[in-house]
Each structure stands twice: as C-alpha cells, then as structure tokens.
Design a protein. Structure first.
Length: 305
C-alpha cells in the first residue's frame, strides 16, 4: 500500500514539473500578408478579409491539404495549397487583372448583398465572357436562390459540368432544395458536399443542422418526444462541426447550437457553448447578450439543485 502511495506521489510530482517546465503554447495559425481588403477562402469557404495593411490571421484548418484562395478587387485571384502543419507568415503577391469576366465577377461579389438584381446581371456577364467560370456560376446560383430556383439549379448544373467534384456547388444546391422545402433532396446535396469536401464543408453542416432543428421542432409540436430528441441531437452534431470548421467566423452558429442544447435541457452544454463564444469572439457585439444567457442558465441550474 505504501509503495503504491509513493509511486502516486512521484508521478504527480513529475506531471507538475513537466507542466511548469514546458508550458503549453497557444496553437498558432497562419499569418497571411497580401493586398489590403483582400477576401480569403479555404476550400471555397470564406475565412475573413485582410486589414488595411493586408494582414489576416487564419486559424488552423484541420487535417489534410486545403486550397487557399485570395482575391482583392482589381487583382487576379491566387490559389495556394495550405497544409494543417503550416504556421507562421505566408506572403501572397497579387497581380492586377484586366480580365473583364473576372472584374465582372468581383463587382458582382461586392454588390450581391446590397443590389442582388445588379449582381445577377454581372454574374451573367462573367459567364457569358468566360463560359468555363465555375465560381461565377455558383455565385449566380446563390444570388438566384429564392428568387428563381429553376435558374439557380441550372447555374449549379453548369458549374458541375466544368468542375464535377465541387463541394461548394453541392452545398448551394442543398440550400436551393431547402428553400423549395424539398428536404430529402436538400439532405442528399448537403451529404454530397460533405463527401466531396472530405468532411470539410461548414456550409453543408450548417444546412443539415438547420434541417434537423426544424424536424425536431415539428416533432415537438406533434408530441413525438423520441424523434424530437433524435433530431435535436443530430442538429447539435452538425452545428458543432460547422463551428469547428469555421474557426470563429460565424457568431450565429454558437447561438443556434446553444439554443439546441437549451431545448434538449442540456443547460451545462449550452453554457459551455456560450463560454466558447466569449472566448472565440471576445469583441463581438453580442457579447453582453451571451453573458446574460450564461447568467440565466446558471440560475436555472441552481434553482433545480
């Protein structure tokens, strides 16, 4: 008995010494240096915009080799391979472009949130000037979704002819089907996007999460508690994956996941999600709201004990 006790003490001492002598370092990402206000994607998923000095820190992206895309208005887009092991500084020099299709596409991307009809015209101009412009077809499909879904499907079909394995196109197709309430087809498209992305497709994971969340709410309204529990569980898994893959770029996902855990009466898990929000997004406008969620949940837990 004494010998076991001595071994335990020695092991504890060694662990404490190791932690003190070799403190854990924060996992570093990639520090990108390029043109100011350049938009950065990884495997077609937007990861941020460079600041006025052209800098952006990209957090680790998971296993495998990823495609890093960098685009600034008036410059030719650059693609570069990015591995999970890459750390430190990466400098990417962009070259001015006079390609009218590329300039039309870039202008459409700038306008799509504020003037969708003008953006649609510009996407169409881009593909008319450059018929093999797969990205422009996907942009066109996004802009057309819920406005003209038949035309949106046609744009996705054109993108697939150019690039048969295209995770982003499959994810957008899932969104189109979801807006048409063709849920089985939406799930099939989102699943395809995940397969094509070899597991990395946060837009598809988000789409699946929203579908499962909606199914859970329907089951709840029908008092089908087994299905409700199942679908909320699947929604939570999907939102967790999307958050992990987006590396703190979409605050709304934390809200969605926290709300799902609250519906599941998993208050401690909801608190953990909201605390992760505060850690990952320290300067978010929603910080005070999230802090109030945590306070309320802790009071609820205390009231049941």
């Amino acid at each position: 008995m004494k010998m076991k006790f001595y071994i335990f003490i020695v092991c504890a001492f060694l662990i404490a010494f190791t932690v003190a002598a070799f403190p854990q370092k924060r996992v570093q990402g990639v520090n990108l240096q390029t043109e100011p206000n350049a938009t950065v994607w990884i495997d077609g998923v937007k990861r941020g915009v460079t600041d006025s000095s052209g800098k952006l820190e990209i957090k680790p992206v998971g296993a495998g080799i990823r495609s890093l895309q960098v685009r600034a208005f008036g410059f030719k887009q650059v693609e570069k391979k990015l591995t999970a092991a890459q750390r430190g500084a990466i400098k990417i020099d962009l070259v001015k472009t006079s390609n009218q299709a590329e300039l039309a596409f870039q202008e459409a991307e700038k306008l799509v949130d504020d003037d969708k009809s003008k953006a649609i015209e510009l996407y169409k101009k881009a593909v008319s000037l450059q018929p093999n412009y797969a990205e422009a077809y996907v942009g066109l499909a996004r802009a057309l979704t819920e406005y003209d879904n038949d035309a949106a499907h046609s744009a996705i079909a054109s993108a697939r002819k150019i690039r048969p394995i295209y995770p982003e196109a499959s994810a957008v197709e899932g969104r189109i089907y979801r807006s048409d309430n063709e849920i089985d087809k939406a799930i099939e498209s989102f699943d395809r996007a995940v397969r094509e992305g070899k597991g990395f497709q946060p837009e598809a994971h988000t789409g699946l999460g929203l579908i499962f969340q909606n199914e859970a709410e329907g089951a709840s309204a029908a008092n089908d508690f087994n299905d409700e529990k199942y679908y909320y569980g699947e929604a939570a898994k999907s939102f967790e994956k999307a958050i992990d893959q987006l590396s703190a770029t979409e605050p709304v996902l934390y809200m969605l996941l926290g709300a799902v855990y609250e519906k599941m009466e998993e208050k401690k898990k909801a608190i953990a999600v909201y605390q992760r929000f505060l850690r990952d997004l320290p300067v978010s406008d929603e910080r005070s709201v999230v802090e109030s969620f945590i306070v309320q949940l802790k009071k609820q837990i205390a009231g049941t004990q």
